[in-house]
Ligand binder design. Structure first.
Ligand SMILES: Nc1ncnc2c1ncn2[C@@H]1O[C@H](COP(=O)(O)OP(=O)(O)OP(=O)(O)O)[C@@H](O)[C@H]1O
Ligand SMILES: [Mg+2]
Length: 288
């Protein structure tokens, strides 16, 4: 496995290919639409020519596969515990879209063995060279394990609804990340917006609070309306951007995707890839 990773790394360095953008999709309060956003955003990115991998990090409660009507045979744990090869736990959805199901039994990162971390690092060393974007659908709330993983990502997409409770929880989440000394690109998406102006006002207030009290800049990717097509697409187990391309929510998702792609910070190259080093740092912390 290590040889395989090294060979691919060398090949990629020679071809000057850039590594995947690693992105954690997070929220303060749960149930605000992270998984639906992840599934549809990934589909929209593929429609724009990107190769995307989703990692369902809502371990134990993961539902990404349901949104795609897919049934994973194996889970991340099967690979980490050496029961399966990496290819087996990557479930294809479309030509340029795949996911890794979290499964259960991995909830507590501090209980992982050294070999499991080695395998995780090997896996992402390979995967980040194969994909343009790796999206991590995080579970609700900020557990120790999920914060550690979020800290390893290059970027964060924060989902919040215009409700005051969602906005204050979103702010607390960013404050928590900020207090860990993390410096990362933060994008904000407002979801389930009833009135466009409310959506704009709520994210503008959130952005201002983060700037004023945490001294951090954020980028607003846009908003998604509260739309019955979302629920219908969940029932049909097909992403709404695919099933209802003309629905307002799908058009907004395409616009968000354009903003995200144009908002591209300088891509990390293989030589200076931060993600793998940060993952190593996070997992080695407190283990020696
Ligand atoms: N824009 C929207 N319009 C209407 N309904 C929506 C919208 N976005 C999400 N929903 C609904 O909200 C519910 C929660 O969505 P989802 O499962 O994506 O949230 P989540 O943040 O991943 O939740 P959890 O924190 O439990 O992982 C779903 O039933 C979904 O259909
Ligand atoms: Mg979810």
């Amino acid at each position: 496995m290590r040889d395989q990773a090294e060979a691919l790394r060398l090949k990629m360095m020679n071809s000057q290919r850039q590594v995947a953008r690693s992105i954690a999709v997070i929220s303060g309060k749960g149930g605000v639409g992270k998984s639906n956003f992840t599934a549809n955003f990934s589909y929209a990115l593929v429609a724009k020519g990107k190769k995307v991998l989703i990692v369902d990090m809502d371990i134990g409660m993961g539902n990404i596969h349901i949104l795609f009507g897919a049934t994973p045979t194996y889970h991340l744990k099967d690979y980490l515990t050496e029961q399966q090869q990496l290819q087996k736990v990557v479930t294809p959805i479309d030509e340029n879209l795949a996911f890794i199901a979290g499964g259960s039994g991995l909830e507590n990162v501090v209980e992982w063995s050294g070999q499991m971390f080695d395998r995780l690092i090997e896996a992402f060393s390979l995967l980040q060279m194969e994909y343009d974007v790796i999206l991590f659908d995080m579970g609700a709330g900020a557990t120790k394990s999920s914060i550690d993983l979020i800290l390893a990502m290059d970027e964060v997409i924060l989902i919040a609804t215009p409700e005051p409770t969602s906005i204050t929880d979103a702010y607390s989440m960013i404050k928590f990340i900020c207090l860990q000394g993390a410096n990362k690109t933060i994008h904000i998406v407002s979801n389930r917006v009833h009135k466009e102006q409310d959506g704009r006002d709520s994210v503008a207030r959130l952005q201002l609070a983060i700037r004023k009290f945490l001294f951090m800049e954020t980028s607003i990717l846009g908003f998604l309306p509260d739309d019955i097509h979302v629920r219908n697409a969940v029932i049909a187990q097909v992403p709404f951007v695919k099933l209802y391309p003309n629905a307002k929510v799908s058009k907004r998702m395409m616009a968000i995707t354009d903003t995200f792609l144009h908002n591209n910070k300088p891509r990390t190259t293989i030589e200076s890839s931060g993600f793998i080093d940060k993952i190593k740092g996070v997992f080695l912390k407190g283990r020696v």
